[in-house]
Ligand binder design. Structure first.
Ligand code: KG4
Ligand code: ZN
Length: 359
């Protein structure tokens, strides 16, 4: 059974065809990085317009690459939230129209559930399904959430960020230091050249739920550190570089990053990774997890991957392949498969929801 998945919750327009929830026949992602890069973050109004431009060619290409016509589909799945409401609306409305025109069932998928399913999908593809209960750390530009994932994909929220998401912290720190958007990949590339122990950042202890996160204090600490050392000149050099070249290479960034700043970046990344893993391991212990899933854009981070594997945890740790870590539609089609089996369909009254929760 083939599902066409459509994802448009933020700044990627994506479509994919996935068979039986575990075989990716096609996965197309049109990124809007070039549009938003110069603003240092996603501009919602521009994002909606870009989705409108991209949705038809992206869906058509996904079907062509899968060698599949509308007749070969069992359902269409679309992200209904959380995300930017104007962006969600484009993908969801397009999916509704396709379902209406072709007489196909519509399946609504929560974006966060999608991220979890990128791991479930690849584990299924390898023939080694994830064991439950699993602890899922979903860590991206919009979310930093810890979920218990039970048999039959029942979710329980164990902790979340009270302010910035981890990816947002990467993006904000990169922006204040003059690097490009998104900041995660740049900091990931530069961090190995710095000393992660050089700057000691202390994170606020959480009152209430000890599994919650807070990253806004860390961003402020980085800002304070840069102000104390007056980095205005070097930040300006990087902003000038970015004006001439919207996507500098790692070597070009290295050439305009003094050692002290490399140390700062390495220490910042180290602190984020420590915090993410400390909470993930504590939550996994609490629910006696049989596996740990890390997903979302920040799951691309090579330092996070290395640190998670170095812990040698007594249960398997799963990261999606990098293409399925950031936003994509294969994860949406995969998350829709169990709903197709259960007959959980949406109707045309379904609304996009900016703050949709998973549990
Ligand atoms: O999942 P995603 O594509 O979109 C959201 O749902 O937010 O995640 C994008 C986020 C951005 O904040 C980006 O900086 C971060 O993921 N990211 C990374 C890396 N690659 C992307 N953060 C750290 N290291 C990376 N290699
Ligand atoms: Zn995402």
């Amino acid at each position: 059974m083939r599902i066409l998945g459509i994802e448009s919750s933020c700044d990627e327009t994506a479509a994919a065809v996935v068979e039986n929830g575990r075989r990716v026949l096609s996965s197309v992602v049109a990124s809007q990085l070039m549009t938003h890069g110069k603003y240092g973050g996603v501009v919602p109004e521009l994002a909606s317009r870009e989705h409108l431009r991209a949705i038809v060619p992206v869906v058509t290409t996904a079907l062509e690459r899968a060698g599949c016509g509308y007749d070969g589909l069992a359902a269409v799945a679309a992200t209904s939230g959380p995300g930017l409401v104007g962006s969600l609306l484009v993908g969801l409305t397009y999916a509704k129209a396709l379902c209406f025109a072709r007489g196909l069932p519509l399946i609504a998928v929560n974006h966060i559930e999608g991220h979890i399913h990128s791991v479930v999908l690849e584990a299924g593809e390898r023939g080694q399904p994830v064991e439950y209960p699993a602890l899922a750390l979903v860590v991206s530009g919009g979310h930093t959430h810890l979920f218990e994932v039970g048999e039959g994909f029942r979710y329980r929220l164990l902790g979340k960020t009270r302010d910035d998401a981890a990816g947002e912290a990467f993006d904000k720190v990169a922006k204040l230091l003059g690097y490009s958007y998104p900041g995660g990949p740049v900091i990931d590339g530069l961090a190995p050249y710095g000393n992660p122990q050089a700057v000691r950042f202390t994170l606020a202890r959480m009152k209430g739920n000890a599994l919650d996160f807070s990253f806004s204090g860390l961003k402020t600490a980085v800002l304070r550190w840069t102000k104390q050392r007056d980095l205005t000149a070097e930040v300006q050099v990087r902003r000038d570089l970015l004006r001439q070249n919207p996507s500098p290479s790692l070597a070009e960034w290295l050439a305009v990053t003094p050692q002290m700043t490399l140390d700062l970046l390495a220490s910042f990344q180290y602190t984020v990774i420590e915090e993410l893993l400390r909470h993930a391991v504590a939550s996994a212990e609490r629910i006696q997890a049989r596996s740990l899933i890390v997903s979302g854009g920040v799951a691309c981070n090579s330092g996070l991957r290395a640190a998670a594997h170095a812990l040698r945890l007594p249960y398997p740790v799963y990261f999606p392949s990098p293409e399925l870590s950031t936003d994509n539609a294969a994860m949406i089609a995969a998350a829709a498969f169990p709903k197709l089996i259960r007959g959980e369909f949406a109707d045309s009254t379904l609304r996009a929801s900016a703050n949709l929760t998973l549990a």
